[in-house]
Design a protein around this ligand. Structure first.
Ligand SMILES: Cc1cc2nc3c(=O)[nH]c(=O)nc-3n(C[C@H](O)[C@H](O)[C@H](O)COP(=O)(O)OP(=O)(O)OC[C@H]3O[C@@H](n4cnc5c(N)ncnc54)[C@H](O)[C@@H]3O)c2cc1C
Length: 505
């Protein structure tokens, strides 16, 4: 008899969802291997904002997840728009240029609501309205970004804690400081265990099935540079330092097929003042996503993106990479006083540079070409708009710069004309990588011979094919839990079959 029915590699949202699901579906001896020590446990999930994008037809359907919301937030349901499956799928298609995997993206969208309810009911993850991230106040009413109303209570920290608590309560063993190093494959091609390294040394653990949920390669500078490019090689890391691509390499060593956009990643504008790895206690506070209300200049003093192309939660995942491609991998976000009240609370983790005139502001910033910076701001202002022309921060207002600007700003294009002016630095921070493995609808890993690898399943960031170039906010955690849940169910079934065969033999 092997040591375990199911071994789960990793201890983030996807892995723990899979462990809970395996247990729920009958696997008795389930172990979770977490490379990080206990005090660093939980992967990117711990760092995350905990926001969950899912489809629903009527706002009231959300009710059971956030039972106190209508008492705490006046007219709560009035500010929520329905987000049917077709719209979620349409958003995924739009931001990925139509390349999201047709089968996996359908599974993700169609299961999204059920998954979040399962996280709440079986995973015992309490939820709350995602007020600070995805709501804007208009005429005393809170207006919610579509599909992004709910998050785990206490964000990623709460989500991660809840998963560990539930896993422990279900009798799932968790081994900290235990890195999976390679997969054990029998002559029959079946995965039968994992070679690990822990404080005692190197050993092999055996199981009927193995689930890999151990993240992408965002923390691995060599793999980032090799697969995504030199700019991303230099990116600061927004989450855990432990996602080094180990699982992807291990799986490919036994013949798994790489899938999806290995040259792509989620990278967002973050404060340029942060270190190479985001401090654990600061979680996702590095983000600088209010650029939609700013004019964003590179160090040569030029604009380089349409800051108002879409709502920030549909452009933030690609604009970090855009900043990394600019000189010095740095940009300045410049706001005037009309919009300061709209800045995300996260901006308070750094001090802005402030001046009463644009000239004084530019003088204080590290532009290589300050004259160009001022000229760009003046030219922008000549094409900018006034508030009474239809400005509305609660939706895409189509208030675009007037014709003639080489790079237009297509929404929220207000002039910068109300001092004092505030500037915040930004660079690109990598969140996670898009390249992964090919899986079946049952979350079984597929080999380069296009056949499933027996006994091997995967979930979370390791799944390839969902995201290309860009990503709709709040999808990572729901994808992780959806495919984690499926992987757990499949692995439990496989383990039961293998145990049955062994008994009969
Ligand atoms: C700052 C930040 C904010 C975010 N905000 C959101 C949000 O609000 N909503 C959203 O949907 N997504 C968000 N994301 C993305 C989201 O966090 C990820 O998509 C998700 O957490 C990935 O889950 P996962 O389980 O695949 O990986 P992770 O949570 O990263 O877990 C990977 C696990 O594998 C372990 N591991 C790695 N290698 C090994 C090995 N060799 N052996 C054993 N264990 C190993 C790690 O230690 C870790 O426990 C955010 C990410 C970051 C960094």
């Amino acid at each position: 008899m092997p040591d375990y029915d199911v071994i789960v590699v990793g201890a983030g949202n996807a892995a723990l969802a899979s462990a809970v699901s395996a247990k729920e579906n009958g696997a008795e001896r389930v172990v979770v291997l977490e490379k990080a020590p206990r005090e660093m446990r939980g992967g990117n999930t711990h760092w995350s904002g905990g926001v969950l994008r899912f489809a629903f037809d009527e706002p009231e359907e959300i009710g059971p997840l956030v039972p106190n919301a209508s008492e705490e937030i006046e007219n709560f349901y009035e500010g929520i728009m329905p987000y049917p499956r077709e719209d979620y799928h349409g958003d995924l298609m739009r931001v990925t240029g139509g390349r999201t995997d047709p089968v996996l993206s359908r599974i993700l969208v169609d299961n999204s609501k059920d998954t979040v309810f399962w996280m709440n009911e079986v995973g015992k993850v309490p939820m709350e309205p995602a007020l600070s991230l995805s709501a804007v106040k208009r005429d005393n009413k809170v207006i919610w970004a579509r599909g992004l109303v709910v998050r785990a209570k206490h964000e990623g920290v709460g989500l991660s804690k809840s998963w560990f608590k539930t896993a422990e309560a279900m009798g799932i063993e968790i081994r900290y400081g235990t890195a999976a190093r390679s997969l054990v494959q029998g002559d029959d091609g079946r995965i039968s265990g994992v070679k690990i390294r822990d404080n005692e040394g190197v050993k092999t653990l055996t199981a009927h099935a193995v689930i890999m949920g151990c993240g992408g390669f965002e923390a691995n500078v060599q793999m980032r540079t090799q697969h995504i490019g030199v700019n991303i090689g230099g990116a600061k890391v927004r989450g855990t330092p432990h996602n080094q691509g180990d699982g992807l390499k291990m799986a490919m060593d036994v013949g798994a097929m790489p899938w999806g956009q290995w040259s792509g990643c989620h990278a967002t504008p973050i404060s340029a003042d942060w270190g190479e790895f985001a401090p654990r206690e600061m979680t996702d506070r590095s983000n600088r996503l209010s650029y939609v209300y700013s004019v964003m200049l590179n160090r040569k003093g030029k604009r380089f993106v349409d800051e108002g192309e879409d709502a920030a939660l549909f452009t933030y995942a690609k604009f970090g990479r855009a900043i990394l491609a600019e000189p010095g991998a740095k940009a300045w976000q410049i706001f005037d006083s009309k919009v300061l009240h709209l800045l995300e609370p996260r901006y308070s983790t750094s001090d802005p540079i402030v001046a009463d005139t644009l000239e004084d502001l530019v003088d204080q910033l590290d532009f290589e070409d300050p004259k160009q910076a001022l000229a760009t701001l003046k030219e922008y202002n000549e094409h900018g708009r006034d508030e009474d022309e239809g400005y509305d921060p609660s939706r895409k207002d189509s208030l675009a710069t007037k014709d003639g600007l080489e790079l237009p700003k297509t929404n929220w294009a207000l002039k910068l004309d109300k001092p004092p002016y505030h500037a915040y630095s930004a660079t690109g921070g990598i969140t996670f990588t898009f390249g992964g493995l090919k899986i079946t609808e049952d979350a079984q890993v597929v080999g380069t011979d296009w056949r499933g690898i027996d006994g091997l399943y995967c979930c979370g960031e390791m799944v390839g094919g969902l995201f290309y170039d860009n990503y709709p906010a709040g999808t990572g955690l729901v994808s992780g839990a959806t495919f984690g849940r499926i992987a757990g169910r499949s692995a439990a079934q496989a383990a039961a079959e293998a145990a049955g065969k062994a008994k009969a033999a």
